[in-house]
Write a protein that binds this ligand. Structure first.
Ligand SMILES: Nc1nc2c(ncn2[C@@H]2O[C@H](COP(=O)(O)OP(=O)(O)OP(=O)(O)O)[C@@H](O)[C@H]2O)c(=O)[nH]1
Length: 202
């Protein structure tokens, strides 16, 4: 299976910074995600609009085919470029990936999509997508239906769920789904990182 990191967003809530390249521990946010994913996936793709920004990372760069159309266009380009049937897709602003949870997800059967359902919300940017979804996603993007969950609803997509109790077996604090959009989120994430590093040392 391949891993696909979406990094073509505008980071407009981050007031001038491109969030995947913000410092995070001894690397950057995306650096931490790439390193983690590389330990379980042989193929890691970064989908972006700017090839040069990410060329120092140990990942293949894929460019968006549809401009400024949100994460769904990144999912589209990533699935099109990937060489595997099933693909783990993740946002570039979720730096607390839990590898045991991801391994667990990879071991479940997937028809079109496998997505966690946590605190009443779906987490479509930490989910497994089959290449089978590609024509349905392309149709949605061409019709300018950019909401990820929207295309599942009207296009006969087989969605399976990972429930919160399953997630909590691996990640009781649900840090996996902490995503960073603002400076405040970033400060909070650095605090979590310090706490995690300290717990690891103790
Ligand atoms: N490849 C690709 N990824 C995208 C695109 N739009 C958003 N993403 C990614 O999707 C994920 C979630 O994006 P958001 O946080 O909703 O949007 P953002 O543009 O990054 O940030 P804001 O401008 O603050 O909303 C992030 O990993 C983004 O990099 C896009 O057009 N192409």
């Amino acid at each position: 299976m391949s891993a696909i990191i979406l990094a073509g967003g505008l980071s407009s809530r981050m007031e001038g910074a491109n969030k995947p390249l913000m410092e995070f521990g001894d690397t950057t946010m995306i650096g931490r995600i790439v390193d983690n994913l590389k330990s379980i996936f042989s193929e890691v793709l970064i989908v972006t609009k700017n090839q040069e920004l990410y060329q120092d990372y140990d990942a293949e760069i894929v460019l968006d085919k549809f401009e400024h159309q949100g994460p769904l266009s990144g999912i589209h380009a990533g699935l099109e470029a990937s060489r595997t049937e099933n693909n783990f897709i993740v946002s570039c602003d979720m730096p607390f990936l839990n590898l045991d949870l991801i391994r667990y997800m990879l071991n479940q059967s997937v028809e079109d999509i496998l997505v966690p359902r946590v605190e009443g919300h779906l987490e479509p940017l930490h989910a497994v997508y089959s290449k089978q979804c590609l024509p349905k996603i392309e149709k949605a993007v061409r019709r300018e239906k950019f909401k990820i969950i929207e295309f599942w609803e009207w296009d006969d997509v087989d969605v399976r769920y990972i429930e919160q109790t399953e997630v909590e077996r691996f990640d009781p604090n649900l840090y996996t789904f902490f995503n960073i959009n603002t400076r405040k989120d970033y400060r909070q994430a650095l605090e979590i990182l310090t706490k995690m590093n300290k717990e690891e040392l103790d």
